[in-house]
Design a protein around this ligand. Structure first.
Ligand code: IPM
Ligand code: MG
Length: 353
């Protein structure tokens, strides 16, 4: 198992260091895991003048899986767009063809009071958002800012091919088959042609999965339903920009964005694994961040890329245990919890394993 490790910026280094403790334990237990670190994002720009240095891309391509921390920081916001950290992240997703982004939102019972929603609304929550990751308005051409008739216009293109919709729909139906067999496709087909095509293609693919109950929802309604009655959802499939927004919203149902892992997969289940949160420059370098989303991303790596459910369960159970033991970083802290640092949380998970 060759894993490219890309800590990135801000809290990225701290949280990835905790995930590395988990990998080191698995190595000591005899697993053949090889890790190699490289720079991405602002760290890539600082060391090689490029948010996705050539060497990093080469390493990622030669690996079975990529573990990523987070990218971005205020010091890079003034750079030209192609040099910004976020562009490095978008490019690696595109270069590796990681079109299916899996973002589970799961509530640990002990964290129900950390959510801003009422405990009875979120108790038992278990949603999987499947976000298309390499198309849509994120990558569509033309794009730019131009002067026309004496004023500046900013424009992007929302675009999907049938093939792009079909392949992510298959992933979502496949996941729904292994879960509650309910899939909700989210779009804005009442306004956008791109969504109209999305909806048609998802309905075509649905014929191959008669056991899955397909529903469709406009994205504005979905945003509302997610806070009104989130437990109505099992699997959600949606495009890149809608998925970006809805997955941040869904993360708060689970108490903290610091709890949510993600997997980004290509058609052969090669994947990149990262927490869904950002680089949190405000707390970077202070050993305060919650490493659990990154550790849970390692669990997803074993499940989806290495097909090793037992190891994934072992990591998930260790995380459940530390939460049941009331270990909390600041983001999930509630009255009565044991407040721990990022590195203490990593140690606690390793001890629980
Ligand atoms: C995410 C992030 C990224 C995105 C940013 C950092 C480019 O918000 O992974 O959700 O928009 O996809
Ligand atoms: Mg986002």
């Amino acid at each position: 198992m060759k894993i490219a490790v890309l800590p990135g910026d801000g809290i990225g280094t701290e949280i990835v260091a905790q995930a590395m403790k988990v990998l080191d334990l698995l190595k000591r237990d005899g697993m053949k895991i090889e890790t190699e670190e490289a720079a991405i994002g602002g760290a890539g720009y600082d060391t090689a003048g490029d948010p996705l240095p050539e060497a990093t891309l080469k390493l990622a391509k030669a690996s079975d899986a990529v573990l990523l921390g987070a990218v971005g920081g205020p010091q890079y916001d003034k750079l030209d767009r192609p040099l910004r950290p976020e562009r490095g992240l978008l490019r690696i997703r595109k270069e590796l063809n990681l079109f299916a982004n899996l973002r589970p939102a799961l509530l640990y019972p002990e964290l129900a009071s950390a959510s801003t929603l009422k405990p009875e609304v979120v108790a038992g929550l278990d949603i999987m958002i499947v976000r298309e990751l390499t198309g849509d308005v994120y990558f569509g051409q033309p794009r730019g800012i131009e002067v026309r008739d004496g004023q500046r216009w900013g424009f992007n293109t929302m675009i999907y091919s049938e093939a792009e919709v079909r392949r992510v729909a298959h992933v979502a139906f496949g996941i729904a088959m292994k879960r509650g067999r309910k899939l909700c496709s989210v779009e804005k087909a009442n306004v956008l042609e791109c969504s109209e095509l999305w909806k048609e293609v998802v309905a075509e693919v649905a014929r191959e999965y008669p056991e899955v109950e397909l529903s469709t929802m406009y994205v504005d309604n979905a945003a509302m339903q997610l806070v009104r009655n989130p437990k109505q959802f099992d699997v959600i499939v949606t495009g890149n920009i809608f998925g970006d927004i809805l997955s941040d919203e869904a993360s708060m149902l689970s108490g903290s964005i610091g709890m949510l892992p993600s997997a980004s997969l290509d058609e052969h289940n090669k994947g990149m694994y990262e927490p869904i949160h950002g680089s949190a420059p405000d707390i970077a370098g202070r050993n305060l961040a919650n490493p659990l989303a990154t550790i849970l991303s390692v669990s997803m790596m074993f499940k989806y890329t290495f097909g090793d459910q037992a190891t994934a369960d072992r990591i998930d159970n260790a995380v459940k245990k530390v939460i049941a033991q009331s270990y909390c970083t600041g983001d999930i802290w509630t009255e009565g919890c044991k407040r721990v640092s990022c590195s203490e949380m990593g140690d606690a998970v390793v001890a629980a394993m």
